[in-house]
Write a protein of this length. Structure first.
Length: 219
């Protein structure tokens, strides 16, 4: 039994756009058509995204034959809807161009009025800061630095003498600590040598021990 071929739906004819209500101003008609053009553009982007997703599913090797046929039918439907929306956008573009040609339809938005101070005030403020406040701040900084340097250089002689004596005392303490360390190392070396000599015995005992070992080796 031959399979039924699914015919893609035919795109509808482009409608004739009318503004509901009647009696609107040319500006209102123009803005309504612009809003309609934007909405149709968003719909077209959504349809194109859906078709792209469906096309990506066709590349799946695990898709069965029935599923592939359904996806292809949905892609054909998406193509028909995209073509229809594209024709509607073309018709709306023509209507927008026609509405823009009506005198008084395109009205520019009024400029936003500033409620704060004028721009000249900010410019003058920046010039005042650079010309007046910056040199004053530099002068104060140099004055403070000179005062601190003078305070450091003008220490009393008594303080300088105390620091000198403290330095000498630290040097003498370091020398004494080094001498104490040398003494401790000498005492430790002497005690180590005595303990070693006591473990080995006197020279006579060492000779007797050596003779006894030689005699045992001969036997």
């Amino acid at each position: 039994m031959p399979q039924d071929v699914i015919a893609p739906p035919q795109p509808p004819l482009p409608p004739r756009f009318t503004i509901v209500g009647g009696g609107e101003s040319p500006t209102a008609v123009y803005r309504a058509l612009v809003a309609m053009r934007k909405e149709l553009g968003d719909q077209l982007e959504g349809l194109q995204g859906t078709r792209q997703d469906l096309s990506g599913r066709l590349h799946d090797p695990e898709m069965a034959g029935a599923d592939r046929g359904g996806v292809e039918a949905r892609i054909a439907s998406m193509d028909a809807r995209i073509a229809a929306v594209d024709k509607q956008i073309a018709a709306v573009d023509a209507e927008v161009a026609r509405a823009a040609g009506v005198p008084g339809a395109v009205v520019e938005d009024p400029p936003v009025e500033r409620t704060g101070p004028p721009e000249e005030a900010f410019v003058l403020g920046g010039i005042f800061i650079v010309v007046v406040l910056l040199p004053i701040s530099i002068a104060f900084a140099r004055r403070i630095w000179r005062r601190s340097a003078a305070a450091v250089s003008s220490l009393p002689q008594e303080v300088i003498d105390r620091l000198t004596r403290l330095d000498q005392a630290v040097d003498s303490i370091a020398v004494e600590v080094e001498r104490i360390g040398e003494g401790q190392r000498f005492v430790t070396r002497v005690l180590t040598e005595k303990s070693t000599a006591a473990a080995l015995g006197t020279p006579a005992e060492q000779r007797a021990r050596g003779a006894l070992l030689e005699e045992r080796e001969r036997r």
